[in-house]
Design a binder for this molecule. Structure first.
Ligand SMILES: Cc1cc2nc3c(=O)[nH]c(=O)nc-3n(C[C@H](O)[C@H](O)[C@H](O)COP(=O)(O)OP(=O)(O)OC[C@H]3O[C@@H](n4cnc5c(N)ncnc54)[C@H](O)[C@@H]3O)c2cc1C
Length: 409
């Protein structure tokens, strides 16, 4: 019987172990924390958005995003839902986002642990590998607890650097480097961004349906729309998360990063200007501030008026057409200077990682070390917010596990 060791008991590691066991291998997971799947419990705000009905290349990023295609083809979102359905998870869909009907991420972890038990997978927790050697007989792994483990194949499913308190701390990267592998630069992704403008202090907590356009070095990079959350020093929320990986890399390179916030994404500038003119020049005795009530979140009103040098308490009717044009322009394109992103401790995923050109996209086996596989976030693949990172973990875990169990070494 073929033996497979999986280093890391997160989403991809548990999936790899189940797949390898289902394909006839004797499988052991080596997990350095005291339990498997800790990060899963925090996913989707505790509800676990475990995949998305909408799939495609555009949801995945990395130096070579197309690397994901043969992997997703072998184990796609439909197969993922069927896999979890068979384990007991009923899917609940919201705008294409898939969650367990229980509303609990812990259910996803529980069914995986039950399946590991059913398939006879050995789970060794508190086990930190210190060295991984490949010799003619296979892999030889010595661990910090003084024990050694031998196997025919070895799957690295040790995660990236995001949310290190869950155990993904990059401690296995040196093992991969010692085996001849290399990494692309890493950066926090799906993370909040900080901005220079001081007005954020006064609008912290505001949530607005807005578009975020990201500019790097004066060049437009990408745009995302959704609920933007203002923090005391910048922006958060899904649209901000989606563009943050590009900001992270650009800031690492010392480049200028700006974001344009469009607070009226359903309006053209002209239509918005007309609406504002009508609101301001109505004969109803309102102040400039009052004229905007009902159109924008209240906390934003003094900030945008100040930016346009319109006095909050002046009669709305006294505001000239030109100033209203400036206000419409600002609401459509409020430019802010992005000065940083939060770190890996707050990031939901890692951009960058193990170079994908060192792995075969059909099997996820290393091109450098026979019998070595990689799965999940450790690879240079990051998904967008919306279930794509877990989909990558499930798909890559399944493919690596299946091939590790099947291929001759
Ligand atoms: C707060 C938060 C919310 C998220 N929500 C979602 C969501 O709703 N949907 C979604 O698709 N994605 C979400 N993600 C992203 C998703 O959770 C990860 O991309 C996914 O868990 C990656 O799986 P993985 O198995 O590659 O790594 P991980 O889940 O990080 O697992 C890696 C495992 O390896 C272990 N390990 C690390 N180093 C070693 C070592 N040296 N020796 C032994 N073991 C080691 C770790 O302890 C850990 O158990 C979220 C992430 C965070 C932080």
């Amino acid at each position: 019987m073929k033996t497979v060791i999986v280093i890391g008991g997160g989403a991809s590691g548990m999936m790899a172990a189940v797949a390898a066991a289902r394909h006839g291998a004797a499988v052991t997971i080596l997990e350095h924390t005291d339990r498997v799947g800790r990060k899963l419990l925090s996913t989707g705000n505790g509800k676990c958005n475990y995949t998305n009905q909408k799939q495609g290349l555009r949801f995945y990023r990395g130096e070579d995003p197309a690397f994901v295609l043969p992997v997703l083809k072998q184990f796609d979102a439909e197969r993922t839902m069927a896999f979890f359905r068979e384990l007991g998870i009923v899917a609940k869909e919201r705008n294409g986002f898939i969650y367990p009907a229980s509303g609990q991420a812990s259910s996803v972890l529980d069914v995986l642990r039950m399946e590991l038990r059913r398939m006879g997978v050995t789970v060794v927790t508190g086990c930190a590998p210190l060295a991984v050697k490949r010799n003619a007989d296979g892999f030889w792994i010595s661990a910090a607890d003084g024990k050694a483990y031998a196997s025919d194949s070895c799957i690295f499913a040790c995660g990236g650097l995001a949310f290190p308190k869950s155990g993904s701390d990059g401690s296995a990267f040196s093992l991969l480097k010692s085996l001849g592998h290399s990494f692309t630069p890493v950066a926090p992704a799906l993370v909040q961004m900080t901005a220079k403008q001081s007005f954020f202090k006064s609008i912290a907590g505001v949530r607005a349906d807005a578009a975020v356009h990201l500019w790097i070095g004066g060049k437009w990079i990408c745009s995302e729309r959704g609920e933007v959350q203002m923090t005391k020093d910048g922006i958060s929320g899904i649209p901000s998360f989606q563009v943050s990986r590009y900001a992270s890399y650009a800031l690492q390179e010392g480049r200028r990063v700006q974001a344009e916030l469009d607070f009226a994404p359903d309006w053209s500038k002209e239509a918005l200007q007309e609406e504002l003119l009508a609101r301001f020049h109505r004969d109803d005795g309102k102040t400039a501030g009052e004229a905007l009530v009902g159109f924008f979140p209240g906390k934003l009103i003094p900030v945008v008026l100040k930016e346009c040098r319109i006095a909050l308490h002046d009669p709305a009717q006294d505001v000239c057409k030109e100033a209203i044009g400036t206000l419409a322009g600002l609401l459509k394109r409020m430019r802010i200077d992005i000065t940083g992103t939060a770190g890996f401790d707050k990031a939901q995923t890692t951009a960058g990682g193990l170079r994908t050109d060192e792995f075969l996209p059909q099997t996820l086996e290393s091109r450098r070390v026979r019998g070595l596989y990689a799965a999940g976030e450790v690879l240079d693949v990051d998904g967008m917010c919306g279930g794509y990172n877990l989909q990558w973990a499930w798909s890559s875990g399944y493919v690596a596990g299946m091939h590790a169990a099947k291929e001759d070494v």
